[in-house]
Each structure stands twice: as structure tokens, then as C-alpha cells.
Design a protein around this ligand. Structure first.
Ligand code: SAM
Length: 229
């Protein structure tokens, strides 16, 4: 069978059953799909991290197939999900879209935030997303969000691979050093919390950090960053 790089969300998801929604966004460890209980912990952490309220309109950047996005529909008044994978957006539209309030669009996140009408968006989520962008694109995305999306009160960068804990994932230091800064590698780009704090501050955001309990899925070497103005 053809090998796809772990960062491939264009062709790889097409090799899985259409209803393998967690496999398609690689929420798997050694082939095990994330459990429903773990999904619930993640969903609650996003709601709490963003302080989602009924009148919020959420922009979900790099939303994948919308499986996580859909769990947030009941906690806000509207959602726009954006992803670069045409196939995953096709699945999101087919399974989860409920226009006009809950919609999914095929686009690059930087292109989207630069060109789109900010409208009524009040919160932004990018879950397991920034690691697949170049650091330059992360910077552009955060800058443009700060300047153009004036109603946005908070941004959550979720499930960020923690550079200070990379040894918990990489058994081989040479492989670690070769991969931690590569958006096309296994896990994408790893960031320490202090790097995210500096990057966020450069773009006009103050960062705070939270972690899920260590037993939850891949939380041992990940954290969430909550950015506020
Ligand atoms: C691990 S998946 C996360 C999906 C979803 N946020 C979730 O947590 O279930 C990473 C997603 O990032 C998307 N992605 C990578 N680069 C992107 C870009 N430049 N613009 C938009 N989406 C991008 C991929 O297509 C993929 O769907």
C-alpha cells in the first residue's frame, strides 16, 4: 500500500472508509481510534478554553472533516469551518453542514483570514492545525486575525506539539532534531510554550496555556494555547 506522509490530509483520508471520521483527521495512536470519552474531554476543553457562549460565532481554522467542529454547534450561534483539504471539506459538508449558521469552506487558512469578511466572528479555534503550517504562516494568521477580526475576543491553538516534551514522542534524538521544525514531518512543527508566547505577543495577543490530563489520547506531549487581546 502507498505510504502517505503523516501531514497529508489531501490523499490519505481517501484511503479510509468515508465514515472513519477520526481516522481521516489522524486522531489515532498505533491504529487505535480516539475513544468517545476522550473526544468528550477534548470538546469540553475547547468550550472552556474559548469560553464559548450561545451568541458566539466561531471560526474553526483547519477544521478537517468537521467531526470536532460539529460537537461545538450546540455551544455557539454559528460556525465557519475552513480547511485546505477538498476531500475533508466534502465530508464535512455531507455529514455536518447546517446552513446558514454552520458552514464549511475549502480554503487555505492564511488566504481565508486575509480576504474573508470578518462578519460576526467572535472566537477562533485552530485545533491540531498550526503544526502543519510554516511558522511564517502562523505569524501571518495571528497578525491578520488581530488586525482584521476586531470582534474576536479569543483564539485557541489546540493540541500543539510541545517542543519541551518532544523526547516523550521521539525515541531517537537525531530524528527529533531532524523533524521538530518541519511542517511536513510526522507531527509537524513542535513549539515550546515560551515560543508561542513570544510569537503571540509579536502579533498582539497574550498567551495562556492549559493541558489535558496526561492519560487523554496524545496529551502527554501536547498543550493548548489560549490567546486573548
Ligand atoms: C490533524 S487535522 C485537524 C483537523 C481538526 N481541526 C480536528 O482537530 O479534528 C489537520 C488539518 O489541517 C489542515 N491544514 C493543513 N494546512 C492547512 C492550511 N494551510 N489551510 C487550511 N487547512 C490546513 C489539514 O487539511 C487537516 O485537515
Amino acid at each position: 500500500m502507498e505510504e502517505f506522509p503523516k501531514s497529508d490530509y489531501r490523499e490519505y483520508p481517501k484511503t479510509l472508509p468515508r465514515d472513519d471520521i477520526w481516522g481521516q483527521v489522524r486522531r489515532t495512536i498505533n491504529g487505535r481510534r480516539i475513544s468517545e470519552a476522550e473526544v468528550r474531554v477534548i470538546v469540553e476543553s475547547v468550550k472552556a478554553g474559548l469560553g464559548l457562549e450561545g451568541d458566539d460565532v466561531l471560526l474553526d481554522l483547519a477544521c478537517g472533516n468537521g467531526a470536532l467542529t460539529e460537537r461545538l454547534f450546540g455551544s455557539c450561534g454559528g460556525v465557519i469551518g475552513v480547511d485546505l483539504s477538498e476531500y475533508l471539506i466534502e465530508i464535512a459538508k455531507e455529514r455536518f453542514e447546517r446552513p446558514p449558521a454552520y458552514v464549511f469552506l475549502h480554503d487555505d487558512v492564511v488566504r481565508y483570514v486575509t480576504a474573508a469578511e470578518p462578519g460576526r466572528i467572535t472566537k477562533v479555534l485552530c485545533y491540531a492545525g498550526i503544526q502543519y503550517l510554516s511558522p511564517d504562516d502562523v505569524r501571518k494568521m495571528l497578525r491578520v486575525l488581530g488586525v482584521r477580526f476586531t470582534r474576536v475576543k479569543g483564539v485557541m491553538l489546540g493540541n500543539v506539539p510541545d517542543k519541551d516534551r518532544a523526547d516523550r514522542f521521539f525515541a531517537d534524538p537525531a530524528r527529533r532534531d531532524a523533524e521538530v521544525a518541519d511542517p511536513t514531518a510526522q507531527i509537524g512543527v513542535w513549539y515550546s510554550q515560551s515560543e508561542i508566547a513570544v510569537l503571540a505577543a509579536d502579533c498582539g495577543w497574550a498567551a495562556a496555556f492549559t493541558r489535558l490530563p496526561e492519560h487523554v489520547f496524545n496529551a502527554r506531549y501536547r498543550y493548548d494555547a489560549i490567546l486573548t487581546r
